[in-house]
Design a protein around this ligand. Structure first.
Ligand code: KIV
Length: 267
């Protein structure tokens, strides 16, 4: 069994030039699988709102729902560094609200850290959380909780002014004490510049190969989410197809009376 990573371990990986892997997980069996695969860190992302709860966006997800799923993932992945996503509205009403909610993820959910979206404007919240002993992963670029304000799921930081703002955001999060920052859906050379300019690791999703680490959504990676597949997703398995085939066969065999057979019955 490998040793569970700590915040300094993750930060030291950047210094050594060792890539950091992160995968989302939302339940006990996926926690088990991701840990068994040897992936460095798990994100209990609020993407679960869309991938497992069937909402149209991440906005309706609540703190209680996130904690429920974080606890399940922790039961499956007892030895992996887990980051839990703070959902929309749970950290934007001031520092006391943010700290109270963030603490619940560590105390009740069993998470090691929380993630929240936003750059410069969130730096005071990040700083307060870190001072309160709560490790924080930042998230800039395409921030799904504010996708309507951003004009949809599209690449961010394409023009010079917006690129400059993203560099400032990353620097502000780093200064505020975030231990790493997710860069979502930005041009690869901008991700490279940010990665070179900040001392903390960058974890990319749709941000090219120059980030210090990568994260993807489990359901996208294993073929369990069909609604839409962004260009940056690579499918490594087709579990959805395999499950459908199995379920159809079961349905057929019960209907025609070939299941249960002697092998699956008691004398
Ligand atoms: O909720 C999530 O899964 C995320 C990743 C896309 C980074 O925030």
């Amino acid at each position: 069994m490998t040793k569970k990573l700590t915040v300094p371990d993750i930060m030291a990986m950047k210094v050594r030039g060792e890539k950091i892997t992160m995968m989302t997980a939302y339940d006990y069996p996926t926690g088990l699988l991701v840990e068994k695969a040897g992936i460095d860190t798990i994100l209990v992302g609020d993407s679960l709102g869309m991938t497992v709860l069937g909402y149209n966006s991440t906005v309706p997800v609540t703190v209680d729902e996130m904690i429920h799923h974080t606890k399940a993932v922790r039961r499956g992945a007892r030895n992996t560094f887990i980051v839990a996503d703070m959902p929309f509205g749970s950290y934007n009403a001031g520092i006391p609200q943010a700290i109270a909610n963030a603490s619940r993820f560590l105390k009740e959910g069993g998470a090691d850290a929380v993630k929240l979206e936003g750059g410069t404007e969130m730096a005071d919240v990040v700083e307060a959380a870190v001072k309160a002993g709560i490790p924080v992963l930042g998230h800039i670029g395409l921030t799904p909780q504010t996708v309507t304000q951003l004009g949809g799921y599209k690449v961010q930081g394409r023009d010079e002014e917006k690129a400059k703002k993203l560099v400032e955001d990353a620097l502000a999060l780093s200064r505020a004490g975030a231990f790493a920052v997710v860069l979502e859906c930005i041009p690869k050379n901008l991700a490279k510049e940010i990665t070179e300019r900040i001392p903390i690791p960058t974890i990319g999703i749709g941000a090219g190969p120059f980030c210090d680490g990568q994260v993807l959504v489990y359901n996208d990676v294993v073929g369990l989410f069909e609604k839409f597949t962004p260009k940056f997703v690579k499918r490594y398995a087709e579990l959805g197809e395999a499950a459908l085939k199995g379920l159809m066969k079961y349905n057929q065999e019960v209907k025609e009376g070939t299941f249960p057979d002697a092998e699956h019955s008691f004398d």
